[in-house]
Write a new protein. Structure first.
Length: 182
C-alpha cells in the first residue's frame, strides 16, 4: 500500500486531556482492506498490528506538557475503505493526559527528524475559552481563529523533529476530569 495523505486532529480539553485523531489514507491496489473487512478475524488482527505499531511509534516520541513528561496512548483503531475498494484508511484515537495550568500551558513533542513521505494536515482545536499564544510547527501554519491552528505539510518537506504549542487557559473555568494525570 502506498501512503496518499495524513490528517491529525488535536483537541485540547481544559480539564487536562489532548484527544488526538490520526487518519491515514493509502492507495490499496490489491484491495487488501476490502478483503480484510469481510473477515472479522483478519480485520481484528490487522487492527491489533496497527495499534501495536502506532503505540511503539508514539512511545519513541518525548512529549512534555508544562515541563512534565506524558505519554500518548492509543485507545482505538479502525480500518475502512471509505467506499472505494482500492483505498485503505486507518484511523487512530489517541489520548495525551496532562496537568493543566490556569494561564499559559506549553505542549512540546520531540521525535526523529525526517522528510514527509506524503502530504498531511494537522489541526489543533482549543476550547473557545482558550487561545493559542505561539507555536512552532513544520509546514505552513495559519490561525483561522484564536483557538484554532491549521498546519499543512507537503510531501518531501523536511521535518526537524520538534514542535510546540503555547496556549492560554486563563479564561477557562476549572473543572474535574475523570482521566488520570501523569
Amino acid at each position: 500500500m502506498r501512503p496518499l495523505y495524513g490528517q491529525g486532529f488535536f483537541n485540547v480539553c481544559a480539564g487536562g486531556v489532548i484527544w488526538y485523531t490520526i487518519v491515514f489514507d493509502y492507495e490499496d491496489r490489491e484491495a487488501l482492506y476490502s478483503r480484510l473487512l469481510r473477515d472479522p478475524r483478519l480485520a481484528g488482527e490487522e487492527v491489533a498490528t496497527l495499534r501495536a505499531n502506532m503505540q511503539r511509534f508514539l512511545d519513541e516520541e518525548r512529549i512534555l506538557v508544562n515541563g512534565s513528561e506524558t505519554r500518548a496512548r492509543v485507545l482505538h483503531v479502525y480500518i475502512d475503505t471509505r467506499g472505494e475498494r482500492r483505498r485503505a484508511t486507518a484511523v487512530f484515537t489517541v489520548e495525551i493526559p496532562f496537568r493543566p495550568r490556569p494561564g499559559r500551558n506549553v505542549y512540546e513533542d520531540y521525535y526523529e527528524p525526517e522528510r514527509a513521505e506524503y502530504p498531511y494536515t494537522v489541526t489543533w482545536t482549543l476550547p473557545p475559552c482558550a487561545s493559542i499564544v505561539s507555536y512552532e510547527m513544520p509546514g505552513r501554519a495559519s490561525m483561522p481563529s484564536p483557538s484554532v491552528l491549521e498546519v499543512r505539510v507537503d510531501a518531501g518537506a523536511r521535518i526537524r523533529g520538534y514542535e510546540s504549542l503555547v496556549f492560554d487557559l486563563s479564561n477557562c473555568q476549572p473543572h474535574h476530569t475523570p482521566h488520570p494525570h501523569p
